[in-house]
Every structure is written in C-alpha cells, then in structure tokens.
Design a protein around this ligand. Sequence first.
Ligand code: CMC
Length: 444
Amino acid sequence: MPDTLTVIDNRTGKEYEIPIMYGTYPRYGAAIPTTDFRQIKVSEDDFGLLGYDPAFTNTASCRSSITHIDGEKGILRYRGYPIEDLAVKSSFLEVAFLIVHGMLPTRAELEEWSHDITHHAIVHENIKKFMDGFRYDAHPMGILISTVAALSTFYPEAKQIRDMAIRNEQIHRLIAKIPTIAAFAYRHSQGFPYTYPDNGLGYCGNFLSMMYKMTEQYSPDPVLEKALDVVFILHVDHEQNCSANAMRSVGSSLPDPYVSVAAAAAGLYGPLHGGANEQVLHMLQEIGHISRVPSHIKKVKQGDIRLMGFGHRVYKNYDPRARILKEMTHRVLGVTGKNTLLDVAVELERIALEDDYFVNRKLYPNVDFYSGLIYQAMGFPLEMFPVLFAIPRTVGWLAQWAEMLDDPDQKIARPRQIYTGDDVCEYVPIEDRLQAGGTNVIRG
Ligand code: CMC
C-alpha cells in the first residue's frame, strides 16, 4: 500500500498523488505536506490551493524530537522519557539539560551544566536600574517580558545565532537569569531590596532565597524546594503551544534569543495559556467550602461557567502532570499547613470524575488544577503565577528555538491568507468623501 493520498479536483477532474509523511512511528503522527497542494490549480495563473487552518488546530508546523504527548492515553514524554520518571528521579537542571541537549547528562556533564548556569545568575547592575523604572504596582509578568527583551541590548554578540559557542552561552544566560529577573520583579512590586543570587544554593533554592530572603539567614525548606523543582520539571515543555509557536515564529526571522524569549513569554501571559491556574484559585476561593461544590457543579453543567483547571485541547484523559501535582499538593500542605481550598479541590474532582457531563466530554483535571494551590501555599502572590510558569518554560522555548534553527525544512514563518476584503477601489479625494462609513467608496 503506497504511503500517498490521491486527490481528485472535481473542478478540473485532475488527479494528484500527495505523499504522506510520518513521525518516528506512524502512530506518532502522519501528515501531508500542504505545499504539494499548490500544484492543484484550475488554470495556469491560478495561485494553487492553500490549506486553511486558523489556530493551527490540524497543522504540524514542524518536525520535533523534544516532547511527545498522547492526549488520548494521558502520556507526556520529554525526549522519550516518561514525565513520571523524570519528576521522581531527576532534578530540574538535569531535565533542562535533557531538553536542550537531547540526552540525559553524565555526572560530569551535569556538574559543568549546573556550574555554567549558576555562574550566569547575576544580572548587570543596569538591569536593576532598568527594573527600578517600573511603577510600584507593575505586573511582574510585564516586568519579566520587558527585562528579558532588554537583555538583548546587553549581549549584542547574541545575534550570532549560528555560532554554537555564542548560542550556548545565551542559553546558559537565559536559563540562569530568568529566576533572578522573576524574583527581582516580585521584590520591586513589594518595595523590597533585591536579593542577589546565592551560588551555594540549587536552582530552586536560590530562586526561593531571592524571593523571600530578608535580613536574616535564609535556608529554603527542603520539601518546598523539592516541590518547586518538580513543578518546574512538569512545566519545561509542552510541544507546539501558543508560546512555543511564538518562540519559533519570532525566532525564524533570526533575531537574538532574548527578544524571542520575550515574545514567547508574552504569548504565555494571556489567560488562555499561562493564566489558568490563577483562575482555578479564584474559583476555589469563590466556592469556599465543600458544601457549595454541588451547586457549583450544577452551574457548570448548565453551561453558565467552566470548571477551571478541567479539560484540555490535547489531553482527553487525566493530564499526567496533574496526577503528580495532586500528590505534591498534599506534601507541600503538610509543611505549610492545611488549606481548606484543597478539600474543595479534591471534592470538585471527585464529583466531576463521576459525573456523566464530565465523563462524556472527557474532561479531566489539567496541570493548572493543583499548581495554583502549591504556589499559594509557598507564599507566591497570584500575579507571580504566570512568571513561575515562564521560568522553567524558558528551557523548552530555547530547545524549540535551537531545533528550529537547525532544521533545514524551516524558513522565516510566513503564513498565507484567504483575502476577503474589497477588490480594487477607486481612490476618492478627501474633499469628496461626504459621509463616514465608506459610502463614497466605489467598489471594483
Ligand atoms: N468546564 C466545563 N465544560 C467544559 C470545560 C470545562 N473546563 N472544558 C470543556 N468543556 C465542555 C465544553 O463546554 C464543550 O461542551 P459541549 O460539547 O457541550 O459544547 C466540550 O467540553 C468541549 O469543549 P471545547 O471548548 O471544545 O474544548 P477545547 O479543547 O476547545 O478547550 C480548554 C480546551 C482547556 C480551553 C477548555 O477545556 C477550558 O476552557 N478549560 C478550562 C480552562 C483551563 O483549565 N485551562 C487550562 C488548560 S491547560 C494549560 C496548558 O496545558 O498549557
């Protein structure tokens, strides 16, 4: 059986054979190169057929070997490793190496990688001054996006993206400096002095220290440090989502990675992407007590509201990240103290998983259902939630960017369109335009 698709154009009666391409295995994805449709024309001057797919819901924009998701089965793997194994057996920096370099590091490689990242955590003093310019109530995500973009001006050599040594150094810098900028953004909003990175601490311990250290000694709680490490591992990459697509798209015009990461972070900022865990927390606070869970579920089933933290475009099964986070929430609250909102969350999940409305629509908890509770228990304000997402996701963005740069199939991203506007208009001089609303426009 040939791996092709036969297409008959009923306008002309012509027949075309289009090749079918596969991922590692056919079950990992089969696609047709839509550029092959351009040969399908009704006349010689016809442009040829385009694919129409707003929001890329059925378009593969690249071939990638970074992350594999099987939404039906609830599977997530980084470079082939199940997320469950990585969350339990690896550290965030080890997973970051895996995602960026494609293989788990040896002990020596991990030591060198950790050293390189740790020693780039400090930011130029002028970055501090730049951040001081923001209003006291500036959203930390706005500060993060702008400051990462500003890094571009500090490292002009970063434009040499084809020089591997320079490229790798920017990757180290970005992974290293993102937590520093994130913590500084928080401290700016609180009016606290900035806390410099502490090279003696691990990646997450150092971030907690930069967030919360005041005048006294600060040692991060090991359970909370580990929990944050796991949360970061779960957020490293999620294949071609809105922010990864922004990273690839902006990166395809070949600017330095700082401005591309800023663009990706901007994509993450929106409530439909990185902002959902905040909405979950609002919802849990609004419900307030398990006694009010049934009436909330009723409103969801009537279609008045959505159950935040439930449902996913790709997962039609339990999001494997949510399963790990649920267990982690109990552990974190064991340290920080009980939170009645966890009882509300567990009861919501219990009822929803038994209810036909949710079962029939394959609506399961997603990663955001429990992550907000963990962040809140650790003392992060709601505005920091998307920032906490951006820190580990920077690793994924950089891996997606590097893969795009090295992929010979890739070019500057430039989608086509189906034009629906006016045909040729006859220009009307301003003195002859008597009415607003274009009534004087003469259509072609
Ligand atoms: N609560 C109640 N009903 C829902 C929900 C929900 N959370 N999600 C989907 N549905 C229903 C929806 O009303 C529709 O029902 P019907 O067929 O009767 O009209 C059906 O399920 C299919 O919904 P859809 O909107 O076509 O599904 P989608 O794939 O376009 O949406 C989603 C995915 C995540 C936007 C949606 O499930 C949602 O709004 N969830 C709540 C917000 C949320 O938790 N977002 C975080 C997503 S995970 C973030 C990440 O991985 O980066």
